[in-house]
Design a protein around this ligand. Sequence first.
Ligand SMILES: Nc1ncnc2c1ncn2[C@@H]1O[C@H](COP(=O)(O)OP(=O)(O)O)[C@@H](O)[C@H]1O
Ligand SMILES: CC(=O)N[C@@H](CCC(=O)OP(=O)(O)O)C(=O)O
Length: 296
Amino acid sequence: MIPSEQQDQAIAAIKAKTLIESLPWLQKFHGKVVVVKFGGNAMVDAELQKAFAEDMAYLRWVGIRPVVVHGGGPQISARLAELGIQSEFRGGFRVTTDETITVVRDVLREEISAQLAELIQDAGAESVIMSGEDGNLFRAEKTTLETGEGPVDIGLVGEVTQVNPRIVLEALEAGRVPVVSTVAPTTGGELLNVNADLAAAALAVALGAEKLMVLTDVPGLYSDWPNRDSLVSEITAQELDELLPTLESGMIPKMQSCLKAVQGGVPTAHVIDGRTPHSILLEIFTVTGVGTIVLP
Ligand SMILES: Nc1ncnc2c1ncn2[C@@H]1O[C@H](COP(=O)(O)OP(=O)(O)O)[C@@H](O)[C@H]1O
Ligand SMILES: CC(=O)N[C@@H](CCC(=O)OP(=O)(O)O)C(=O)O
């Protein structure tokens, strides 16, 4: 055999190995719901967004049912800055005023949901946009932040207290990929800004999802941030519960979300690096997986 043929054969063998390695996972996850939270920091690059959308279409066509819940913190902050409004965060949450909530809702729906839905359609799967306001998807209650100096009012910020997953299930039944943004009304009809990590966990639990995958802009959870040698590949709910009080702002809602999901019956929750193209496929379909896995 000439060297170029040998090289072609070696490449073909790697491709075939990768494909066949996915067989047990295809069997295990067939028909199952996977909730993927796409973070604002992971979606700044157009190529990565395209790869993400391709992953969603891929999952849909291999018979797994993906549900996208997205954030958009940096994009909301950018729009607010254009409007001359400064962003303030307390405990990882945006202090949200009457003026801010309209911007949050618009950026999430008109800009980010719309763009993701279009990319998913371009990748070959139907998608449908929804928020906590649609079909009673989410009900929320106002969050009061507990701090060392007592409770702090952070404005129109809420947490999901009820989920009615009907419209998500209808979309999945119709073969569509739901793209969910996370503003949500109270029972009184007041619109609240809900952190997307936490909303994703509530939705994953309500849907009886097989996995929650949280994409962000780091390789996973670090037990001793920012020490790069402290990447955690696997952690139990109990260990995470103990680690949570030591974590810093961005990671707090993310890890609370993973904890809530596994405590609510989701078999595994994952924090993975959204900057690696197709990291979702690598996590689901390869033996080693990537990022941090949270187990019950
Ligand atoms: N223990 C930790 N492990 C990993 N990242 C951490 C940790 N503590 C703080 N971070 C920070 O959290 C950020 C991710 O949170 P955030 O900026 O809210 O992301 P996203 O927009 O993806 O939701 C990381 O970029 C990192 O700077
Ligand atoms: C209450 C609160 O902080 N809401 C978030 C909602 C978007 C979000 O969660 O975006 P990421 O996933 O990119 O962080 C915000 O206003 O930024």
